[in-house]
Design a protein around this ligand. Structure first.
Ligand SMILES: CC(C)(COP(=O)(O)OP(=O)(O)OC[C@H]1O[C@@H](n2cnc3c(N)ncnc32)[C@H](O)[C@@H]1OP(=O)(O)O)[C@@H](O)C(=O)NCCC(=O)NCCS
Length: 174
């Protein structure tokens, strides 16, 4: 049973989420977490942090994580894509434990993020008009399965080919 929670950075589970990001996302491109912080000053504090938790005998284990950047205009432009009209959020650092790939963990994370992003503000959500991400080329099929649309040509980021992908509130691909 996997449950998804939004956690503050001072939650004890945050260190597990960082460890997972280092193993699955940052390490493979030769980065440490400290380098990521240097490259993106203030980013961690500006984002909301989500974790997917599996119950283990020793306590909850973070098996998936993702970030949602919903304030400011940071990152709202992507190479080769028009800046969208409305209030958009960016999903970043989506990572699932390799041993748990293909078991629906990534989907649960994204469902939770979309629910948070698109619920009206008076219902505890952010009331955003859309979400987007810079999808690594190997993960495009994942976002595609979740109903996201490709919004840009290929571009390089951290030495990896990416495309911008997005979805509108209400589940429409943008
Ligand atoms: C991409 C990633 C987050 C997917 O997480 P996951 O838990 O394995 O995905 P899920 O099991 O929830 O898959 C949901 C659907 O997407 C599909 N899918 C998952 N990964 C896919 C991929 N890389 N390519 C194509 N389809 C994929 C699944 O088959 C499933 O389809 P279904 O609903 O028809 O059964 C995970 O593989 C990962 O952490 N990869 C390494 C880091 C990475 O690439 N992060 C994204 C950076 S943009």
């Amino acid at each position: 049973m996997i449950r998804v929670r939004r956690i503050p950075m001072d939650d004890p589970l945050f260190a597990q989420a960082v460890d997972l990001r280092e193993r699955v996302l940052l390490g493979p491109v030769g980065w440490t977490y400290e380098q990521y912080l240097d490259e993106s000053p203030g980013r961690e504090e500006t984002c909301e942090h989500f974790v997917a938790l599996a119950e283990r005998s020793e306590g909850p284990r973070v098996v998936g994580t993702a970030m949602l950047l919903a304030s400011g205009s940071d990152g709202l432009s992507s190479p080769g894509a028009a800046k969208p009209e409305g209030r958009f959020g960016k999903v970043l650092q989506v990572a699932v434990d390799r041993q748990m790939h293909g078991q629906g963990v990534g989907r649960k994370l994204m469902v939770a993020i979309e629910a948070r992003a698109f619920a009206p503000e008076d219902a505890g959500g952010l009331g955003l008009d859309g979400l987007y991400c810079h999808a690594q080329h190997t993960a495009i099929g994942f976002y595609d399965r979740l109903g996201w649309a490709t919004e840009s040509d290929a571009f390089e980021e951290a030495g990896i080919v990416h495309r911008r992908m997005g979805i509108r509130a209400g589940g429409e691909a943008s």
